[in-house]
Each structure stands twice: as structure tokens, then as C-alpha cells.
Design a protein around this ligand. Sequence first.
Ligand code: PBG
Length: 327
Amino acid sequence: MGFPIHRLRRLRQHASLRRMVRETALAPADFIYPLFVTYGQNKQEPIASMPGQFRWSVDRVVQEAHEAWELGIPAVILFGIPEYKDERGTSACEANGVVQQAVRALKSQLPDLMVLTDVCIDEYTSHGHCGIVRDGRIINDETLECLQAMALSHAEAGVDMVAPSDMMDGRVGAIRQALDASGYTEMPILAYSAKYASSLYAPFRDAAFSSPSFGDRRSYQMDAGNAREALREVELDIQEGADMVMVKPAMLYLDIIRLVRQHVTIPVAAYQVSGEYSMIKAAAQMGWMQETPLMMESLLAIKRAGADLILTYFAKDAARVLTGPDT
Ligand code: PBG
């Protein structure tokens, strides 16, 4: 029973009709907007490899988050660029660290905006690794103590959710335990569960000055060839108390997003990372592709694959499209 009884083009003839039968649609509420916070005052430093993205000082980040909020974006996630870095990433845990200050400022001025923080010490360590380093190795269990302290300092500043991105084993459980022991039993954890060792993080490392000074992250981030292992990471994180899980990056890992979506009942987030953003920006700057439709298609693909939430540097631009005239 095919053609000519059936003609699939019948339902494609008008924009409104296409809208009626569209299976997947994006909304501003799908987005979490990543923001880089740095020390100092009145700063809006452009990030060369991420056109349109900036390092904000605490006073300026509130304004940027406010714009996102006005566009219907319910959440931001903060990354800190501290004034000093050392072997143990001490500045990650300071009550007056950049992220802790930004959390306080955001929660006092935009109380309904959900403020998430990335919990990982790589932006704060002199060697740029996500863990404590000894004899050239990344020491797992000792790193857990740093992550606990970091998560607690964010909780004390008033954060709404913590998101560990370090990929140490056992970190979700360790953070859950530390939060619970201090009375933060209601604080959700978004675990970067399936985080792959990817070339797509390069612009972020530029932005945060966090490229590893030796070696790479392959002893803790996942191998790009593995899909079943993503499910193990996800299962363990859920057992340890993760309230939501994440797949990262997104575009080159749409199969993983789908796989995870089919295996869990909790919300699944996907991170459209810096390299995905910058590739689209670069192609548009070259005049080879059109930025806005490409941006929307990339985000729709991530949602269609199964992501409930998308961390994206395009959050504001996409929300503007979605709240603008019909497309
Ligand atoms: C680690 C972290 C990274 C990103 C988010 N959290 C960098 C890394 O693992 O090297 C990358 C995000 C992006 O590329 O947009 N704190």
C-alpha cells in the first residue's frame, strides 16, 4: 500500500502544517547556558576561539544571566577562572572564590534562575588535570576529597545543583555523602557520566586556560570507541545518587544519547561543547553555512536523539529564535 494512495508530501505543504506534525520541538526551557566567571571587575573578555562567548567578572555575569532568564532559559552552569592556580587546585574550594561569589550574586539577584556549578579542579590546577597528580599519575581517591570540598563550598554559597565533570571513579557517591553529611540532602547532582576524551574541548581549554601541561585526559575520560561502557558509567552514577546524567560531547555522540535515554528513567542532559559551537561559528564566518538554521538543526538533533536538557553556548541565540516570529 504505497504510492499513489500515500503521498508523504501531503503533510509538508505548509509551515503551520509542518509545525503540527513535527515530532520533536525545542523550547528555551531545554537549555542550560554555560558561563565563564573570572576575577576582577567590569570584565567582559572575548574568548578568541569561541566568538560571542566571554569571560565575565562577577558583577557582569549577573547581567548576562538576566538576559538568558528573560529569554526563558531556566538555568546557567558556571565555570570558574581563578586568579591563581596551584598543584591541588586550592582556589576551587575557597568561600570567596570566583564561582562561589558568582553563585551568591546570581541567587540574590535572580532567585528563580537555577544556578548549577561544574565541579572539577582542572580550571584551578597548575598542571590542568582534573585530579591530584603524583609521579605523573592522576590519583583517584585523593581527588575525591577535593571534589567533596569543592561541592560543599558551592552548596554553602547557595548553588541549586552541582555537576561533577572530572570522571574520577566514585565521585558522585563521595559528593552525595559529603552533601548529606552537611545537611544538603535536597541538593541534586547532575553527573557528567559519559564524558569522552574529545578533541572538541579545545576551545574551552583556551577559554579556561586549562589544557593539561603534560599528557592527556585519556586515563580518566572515556574512549571514543566505547558505547557499552557509557551505560556502566551511567549505572554506577545512578547507584551512587546521580539525579540526572549527562552525555558529553553531543553531536558526535548522538548514538550514546539515544542509548542512555533508552536505559534510564531519570532526565538525560547532553553537552553541546565548545568545539561544536566553534565549528558552527567558524563555518558561518567563512560564509560556507548559515549559522542560525545550522544552530537550530544541531540542537534539534540532540533533542531528537533523546536529550531532555541541552547545555549549549547557543542558549540565548536559540531562545531568541524560538520566541521570535514563527519558523
Ligand atoms: C572540565 C570540563 C571541561 C569541559 C567542561 N568541564 C573541559 C575538559 O574536560 O577538558 C568542556 C566543555 C566544553 O568544551 O565546552 N572541568
